[in-house]
Write a protein that binds this ligand. Structure first.
Ligand SMILES: Nc1ncnc2c1ncn2[C@@H]1O[C@H](COP(=O)(O)OP(=O)(O)OP(=O)(O)O)[C@@H](O)[C@H]1O
Ligand SMILES: C[C@H](N)[C@H](N)CCCCCC(=O)O
Ligand SMILES: [Mg+2]
Length: 224
């Protein structure tokens, strides 16, 4: 099973939009795709269970049916840093539990697993454990979502350097216009990103109101 981890230059960088498009692209190419949002803060009670809108959006585009708990093992109600939300509930985010969940997903016949992170690359999950440890342990390929806004050049370069320093493979990046108004000099910034990240993006996603009900698989190009 190939595992892709979708990270971003920051929270609100467009990771969920990028991850949903990437899942649609994989499904369109004939792959059996499962999804995960391992740790989510900003959840609401639905049908007696805390659920997160990112996890629900990913489940909608995947083509393997999974129980909610398998997609999103750790749910926290407040929209705050997850390790703080976990500490407030005396919950320990356990890397072995997450690894076991990924092993379960292997058993259900997925040939690709797309995992959305939370926040940016170096997300604390406790006082001593950060998200890159999980990504490295899973040998997941990383895709960096760059939210197109002023400051993204620095964030993109720092993220790429940190991904590589964590011993992970940066398999590609996705540019996302997250606001209705394009950032100033968006075209020039995209050219700079291509130069900094030393590759063309696997997709450039425009601002798409109602993206939840669109299929944007066609905007993606081949990723290894
Ligand atoms: N291309 C787009 N078209 C329309 N709306 C977008 C687009 N990209 C992002 N948005 C909106 O911007 C907001 C942030 O995007 P998104 O939720 O994908 O960020 P994220 O990186 O997944 O954040 P988080 O760290 O909370 O998971 C959302 O409200 C989303 O609907
Ligand atoms: C609630 C929010 N939308 C994200 N899910 C969590 C973002 C955590 C960011 C932590 C940080 O780096 O400061
Ligand atoms: Mg998200």
């Amino acid at each position: 099973m190939d595992i892709y981890f979708i990270t971003g230059t920051d929270t609100d960088a467009g990771k969920t939009v990028a991850a949903c498009g990437f899942v649609q692209y994989l499904v369109n190419s004939g792959r059996k795709v499962a999804v995960m949002k391992p740790v989510a803060s900003g959840c609401e009670m639905l049908d007696g269970q805390l659920k997160n809108s990112d996890a629900l959006a990913l489940m909608k585009v995947a083509n393997i049916k999974q129980p909610y708990q398998q997609v999103n093992p750790y749910t926290f109600e407040p929209a705050i840093a997850p390790h703080i939300a976990a500490a407030e509930k005396a919950v320990e985010i356990n890397i072995n539990r997450l690894q076991k969940t990924v092993d379960e997903i292997r058993q259900i016949g997925a040939d690709v697993l797309v995992i959305e992170g939370a926040g940016g690359w170096q997300l604390p999950l406790s006082n001593t454990f950060f998200m890159p440890e999980l990504v490295e342990q899973l040998s997941a390929k990383v895709i960096l979502t760059v939210g197109l806004k002023l400051g993204c050049l620095n964030h993109a370069l720092l993220s790429a350097q940190s991904i590589q320093a964590s011993g992970c493979e940066l398999a590609g990046w996705i540019a996302v216009q997250t606001d209705e108004t394009p950032m100033p000099r968006q075209k020039e910034n995209l050219e700079t990103l291509i130069s900094i990240l030393k590759s063309e993006p696997i997709a450039t996603l425009p601002y798409m109101p109602g993206w939840q009900s669109q299929n944007f698989a066609g905007k993606f190009s081949l990723v290894h």
